[in-house]
Write a protein that binds this ligand. Structure first.
Ligand SMILES: [Zn+2]
Ligand SMILES: [Zn+2]
Length: 318
């Protein structure tokens, strides 16, 4: 089968073996996948992962469970052991023995076929297109913020970063009618956010009155500079939500975290079911985030496109 594999470098295979299903798994024929910044980080060494890339997909079950065969599905990306103490507490996404689709110890979905445990699978309602539901993983990850942090109506909230991640978070905050200011570097991307209902501000134009003024700041820039700016905007006793995995080994100055008694919340993957409800009830429109839809055969070109600043989401169609 065709597969996009990272083996110290990115390679397109035409004869990668179709995976065999294990007990409790289903085989999925991939329909559409999304390129995420995590995929790009992996090609720079993140997680030390080697294997088929990809964790954002929609596909059709073709083997492994009679009732699911022929069904259009998406799936949670963390594969838990279901025997450890974390799993017993319902913390499957934090299982220390977990595998993660296309990220850790488990071949991903950038291939014609891949497998997932049946328990990870969610059916896609007919009123949601492939182009939309392929965004369920980033939307679920954005929703995780609301699972972790209570945002009171009186709070001042800022979101930093106008890339894929920042825009996905903007969609979710707007879906929940949360009043916030979206701060970014790119005028066109902020204009998109503004259409979603966000108040926006160019980073270059933020004034001193923004400093130490927000109850909650959500950092989605993926850069050390973005982290530092985000930290400077949180008011004393406020909360900084870290959404991007900053591959920063460089020193970070955390003195103001202590001085201003700031709470830092790390936020990663979210649950798919509440994200599915947002799609099903037409509460979010992800289509403006799609920059390109290319055939899977052009996966290597798609990766190059994904690096361009003006590009938001690149999807690949099988
Ligand atoms: Zn992703
Ligand atoms: Zn476990």
């Amino acid at each position: 089968m065709k597969a996009l594999v990272f083996e110290n470098e990115l390679k397109f295979h035409n004869d990668y073996p179709i995976p065999e299903i294990k007990e409790g798994e289903v085989l999925i024929k991939t329909s559409m996948v999304g390129i995420c910044n995590t995929d790009y980080e992996i090609t720079k060494g993140y997680m030390g992962y080697n294997g088929v890339l990809g964790h954002e997909f929609v596909g059709v079950v073709v083997d492994g469970d009679k009732e699911l065969i022929g069904k259009r599905v998406v799936g949670e990306i963390n594969l838990a052991c279901n025997t450890c103490s974390y799993c017993a507490q319902g913390l499957q996404r934090h299982c220390p023995n977990r595998q993660t689709l296309g990220i850790f110890n488990k071949d991903g979905c950038f291939s014609e076929y891949f497998t997932l445990p049946k328990e990870n699978i969610l059916l896609v309602p007919d009123n949601i297109s492939d182009e939309e539901i392929v965004f369920i993983e980033p939307i679920a990850a954005a929703l995780e913020i609301l699972e972790q942090v209570k945002i009171e109506p009186r709070y001042k909230v800022a979101l930093l970063g106008d890339g894929k991640l920042g825009l996905s978070i903007a969609l979710v905050l707007n879906a929940y009618n949360i009043d916030f200011v979206h701060i970014g570097k790119h005028e066109e991307k902020l204009a998109l956010s503004s259409k979603m209902g966000s108040k926006t501000k160019l980073l270059a134009e933020i004034s001193n009155e923004y400093k130490m003024s927000f109850d909650i700041v959500i950092e989605a820039t993926g850069s050390k500079g973005g982290f530092e700016t985000s930290l400077s905007l949180v008011k004393p006793r406020g909360t900084l939500v870290l959404k991007s995995t900053i591959a920063a080994n460089e020193g970070l100055n955390l003195a103001s975290v202590v001085v201003n008694e700031i709470t830092i919340v790390g936020s990663r993957c979210g649950l798919f079911a509440p994200a599915m409800r947002l799609f099903e009830n037409n509460k979010i429109d992800v289509k403006p985030l799609i920059s390109h839809i290319l055939p899977f055969d052009n996966a290597l070109d798609a990766f190059e496109l994904n690096k361009k600043k003006e590009v938001i989401k690149v999807l690949l169609k099988f």
